[in-house]
Ligand binder design. Structure first.
Ligand SMILES: *Cc1c(COP(=O)(O)O)cnc(C)c1O
Length: 450
């Protein structure tokens, strides 16, 4: 099949997620046909360095034979069975036990789902049920943050704080959003730590405003991903944890992106030393080879939920055997190959050294990074952290030039973001930096010529 006929069929029959179809129709879809390591190839044979790991998930890179074999073997043995009605199967047992071992100390149970969105829908039902079983059914409100991303189902999109996703009656009742710790955009002339503390105080204010007797919990990504890789100031998380402890509401830390090694430890909660009650996860748990998500639950919440009769919630594919087998192998490879240590002590510091220098580029107002997730801010004035007019679409220009240079970066407005596979080598990081620099030079020339 030729590229043209593939694109035509796609146009005729395929509705894409998060896509403007008129724009897509003009440009034609990019058809990706294979992957190996940190690279993907399109239908015309172009080799592209995938600095986004697909959608933040292909952490072990493409073409890992062991992951394919794990799925194949499990599908031959038992392709499907459910975990409803007092049944289970070895892959779900082994994976839940493994997750209990690597997760923070008191999170020892897992509820499986098929995705991150389903994990967050599960969170909403589980925390409300928790308070109901404790005799405090009025504790319904879940606080979240503006510009958060927690998925696309009705409840997950409600938890999310992207106004564009709230058309058609969202958020559902009893979900409210407070400010985000986005210093570059909203910090004004405060220093980052002062700003971080102020934004954390918004949680305290919201608890008083709605009444602690009505609040079930607070949900947040340790680092906002889809919102633009927003790394909070160091002062932020300790202040949030204090407020959580003081008011004894549940803390839900959405580790769908940060879980399984992105920051050089199993979980970002280990890195930030926060104490979540629940951790929704997905993406990197299987390196994206098969869909799987879930919620890690601490002993306190598990005790209440598991003694409270039937929790009438679950998905046909909760703990799908093939997905669990792939996840188990994925986690074992991370251990066998010391990937966490490699990220923490080698590749993340190496990338950081080079990435931070991008802030010297005339087009860049800030370069920030934590582990293997990073952002650069395109700015027309470094001093004032100014932005180009939105009809220039500097971010989209930069993204398109990156692609033509063989590099996948994502644009969130004028913020360029990356989250490369955890197996990226130092020489591949050199290539990533070189391609980014060329892309910024070309973007700068392009914008100047407008
Ligand atoms: C991607 C993402 C989700 C949603 O996961 P899906 O598998 O796409 O449903 C939830 N939370 C965060 C932080 C994400 O990045």
């Amino acid at each position: 099949m030729t590229l043209k006929s593939l694109q035509q069929k796609d146009r005729d029959h395929h509705l894409h997620p998060f896509t403007d179809h008129l724009q897509l129709s003009e440009k034609g879809t990019r058809v990706i046909t294979k992957g190996k390591g940190v690279y993907v190839w399109d239908a015309e044979g172009h080799q592209i360095l995938d600095a986004m790991s697909g959608l933040w998930c292909v952490n072990l890179g493409y073409g890992r034979e062991e992951l394919t074999q794990a799925a194949y073997k499990q599908m031959q043995e038992l392709p499907y069975y459910n975990n409803f009605f007092q049944c289970t199967h070895p892959p779900a047992i082994e994976l839940s036990s493994k997750l209990g071992t690597i997760s923070p100390a008191d999170l020892n149970h897992v509820f499986f789902t098929g995705s991150g969105s389903e994990a967050n829908d599960t969170v909403v039902r589980m925390v409300r049920r928790y308070w109901q079983l404790l005799g405090q059914p009025e504790k319904q409100i879940i606080l979240s943050r503006k510009n958060a991303y927690h998925g696309s189902t009705i409840a997950a999109a409600s938890l999310g704080g992207m106004s564009g996703m709230h058309e058609g009656g969202l958020p559902i009742p009893n979900i409210h959003h407070i400010a985000q710790p986005y210093w570059f955009e909203e910090g004004g002339d405060k220093d980052p730590d002062t700003f971080g503390l102020e934004v954390a105080q918004e949680l305290e204010h919201a608890i008083h405003h709605y009444g602690v007797e009505n609040i079930a919990g607070f949900i947040a990504e340790p680092i906002q991903g889809a919102g633009g890789v927003i790394i909070p100031p160091e002062s932020y998380w300790p202040a949030i944890q204090n407020i959580i402890d003081e008011h004894k509401i549940l803390l839900i830390v959405d580790e769908v992106i940060t879980g399984f090694g992105r920051l050089g430890q199993w979980f970002a909660t280990d890195v930030y030393q926060i104490k979540p009650d629940l951790i929704p996860f997905a993406k990197g748990v299987t390196s994206g080879y098969l869909p799987l998500g879930g919620v890690l639950v601490n002993d306190k919440v598990t005790d209440v939920i598991s003694k409270g009769g039937e929790f009438t919630h679950g998905f046909t594919y909760s703990g799908h055997p093939a997905a669990c087998a792939v996840a188990l192998e994925n986690l074992e490879i991370i251990e066998r190959e010391n990937i966490l240590e490699q990220v923490k002590n080698k590749t993340a510091p190496y990338l950081e050294k080079h990435w931070k220098r991008l802030a010297d580029h005339p087009l860049i107002g800030e370069a920030r990074i934590k582990g293997l997730v990073a952002a650069i801010e395109i700015s027309n004035n470094k001093e004032t952290r100014g932005r180009f007019s939105s009809d220039i679409s500097a971010g989209s220009i930069c993204r398109d030039i990156a692609i033509s240079n063989g590099l996948v970066m994502r644009a969130v407005g004028d913020t360029m973001i990356i989250a490369p596979p955890l197996i990226i080598s130092e020489s591949e990081i050199d290539e990533l930096i070189e391609k980014t620099t060329t892309t910024l030079d070309e973007t700068n020339r392009h914008i100047s010529s407008l």
